[in-house]
Design a binder for this molecule. Sequence first.
Ligand code: CP3
Length: 661
Amino acid sequence: MEEAKESMTKAKGFGGYCVAAFEARFAQEMAKLINTHGGKPMVAPAMAEVPLGQNVSAFDFAEKLFRNEIAINVFMTGVGTRTLFEVLETRYAKEHLVEALKRTALVARGPKPVSVLRSYGLFPNVVVPEPNTWRELLETIESSECCPALASATLALQEYGVPNSELLQELRKRGVKVLQVPVYRWALPEDTAPLSEAVRRLIAGDCQVALFTNAMQVSHLFQVAGQGSGEALREALRRVVVGSVGPVCSQALRELGVQVDLEPQHPKMGQLVAEAAAQVHTLLKAKNTARDASARMDVGVNGYGEPARHGKASTVVDKLEDSAFMRACRRLPTSHTPIWLMRQAGRYMPEYRAIRAKNSFLDLCKNSDLAAEVTVTAAHRLGADAAIIFADILLIVEPMGLGLRFEKGDGPSIDGAIRSQADVGRLREVEPEESLGYVFDAVRKTRAGLRSDIPLIGFAGAPFTLASYIVEGGASKNYRHTKGLMYREPSAWHAMMSSIARSLVKYLNGQIAAGAQAVQLFDSWVGCLGPDDYREFVLPYTRQVIEGVKPGVPVINFSTGTSSYLELVSAAGGDVIGVDWRIDLGEAWSRIGPDKGIQGNLDPLVLFAEQVTIKERVQQLLARAAGRHGYIFNLGHGILPETPVDNVLALVDTVHEWRHS
Ligand code: CP3
């Protein structure tokens, strides 16, 4: 019984993978945790604690301080400041230190060193404002009356971790005598053989997971790899699932060019191991498909439909793959929540209205230069994280053999509606290269004009929504004809849906071949059905389309009014499920399942509120997303034409400013 339970956990968890970890103090506990979750631990402690009394440069600093040889003291970090005091207190009386420091100008780089200084009864003369980089630091010192003229002063700089070379250089340029005061709590372990072995095995491809529980471990691992193997180690880490305990550690990884795949909900070792075990298989799969996709692009054709030149194209592809939107589609961590908006290129935007005033809507769609211009302008103007190709879900009905018109104020209308088995017989299957080549041209031109880090989304109507237009001949209130055909002539219905699905697969893959990075299916009107009808008459065809999309390209499955059977929508497929605003985001996610991303959820009408209200509602929604990987901000349906542009811009800013704490 126990054994059966244990083998279940193993099958579900790491499944026998080798898991590298670098935890030092709790190395044994780490190995045990990995074991419990079904992994083979390879724990190589990357740090050794340095006794406080061995911090030689700290004592040297204190001697100079007591001899009044230091004019300015700069405290860079909270941990460093505290450690420095702890080191010095092993030799000198606290009061003596505090008195000596009071005779100098004290500079704190941010709130953390301030609070440590305060706890010693010291009040900094200068506090560097946000974002607390070396630039603000220099500016503040230079303009402060409390600090003596820099050119002749001796400045002591407390350092914790890697020295800031830019700051040092700038200070020296100004003639400052800098005394670097590195303080250590952790150094490389005396015996670095286990670490070297870990580097070797990672490079050999023996491990599938690498877990970091502290930022220092990252720099130590690369230090041991040295110049000879640093690049190979970076490359090796691209192939494994990289887990980081929290934001500081992730930052250290990113600075060394390592992509972080997973950060736990709470920055705890146990949580990191448990979440890595739960997600390892999905993450590895996503990593492999992403890499395969860029490898294919590298040797085949690039995003512009031209042969790729080695090296150059791969950076273009990497930039797109590394974008917040693409990473969110693959449920990887992102620096911010990506946002784009359905109908972002539309009548609410004056730039669109200006072009539209001189062209009919259909002419605009069919003129690939104008369509590209409209797409690029909207994405850049908004600062959106993705663009959607300017087209319409109904363009495909023309090559199916039906007439399409957009008449002012009336919405679309379709001639030759399909209402019977005989009508279905005359429905043509689409060869999009011939009949929708203008959309593919627009995709190519848009890709060429769009910022190289903004992915382009291709799209199509989902089978049901298209069918509803084809059968009704336009918009509908109750879908009388559509449901009539479904119930009266189910075999005609199935034949029609199947034909539409085949056309859609070709159309979407054509957009991908022309340069789209992801695709979205719009099932705007499927919410008029109940769950049983969705399951029987719709789900198999939506699934057929999604399964037909080129592997590795993310699919967003969007619908409205489907809250009551979201599980079924999710079962039809898609890497990301687009939802409307009629359901709580948390509930939607729990019903969709943890292995899919989620997009949308803001009522488009919120954009008619005061900006403070918009901000509040957006922040509420982001808080609900709770920093989960795989959330893409969007409205629950398209922006209305009357929406004030400024409110849309404020929305984008609010999303971009948000950081999950
Ligand atoms: O910016 C983007 O989102 C890309 C372009 C885009 C349009 N239509 C342009 C458009 C996209 C993705 C669509 C999808 C679309 N088209 C859907 C699914 C999304 C949804 O809103 O539910 C549907 C149902 C259609 C069909 C359609 N096209 C209708 C019902 C209408 C008339 C209603 C309206 O908003 O005017 C259109 C016309 C249309 N498609 C416009 C735009 C910018 C407005 C036409 C104009 O400029 O006069």
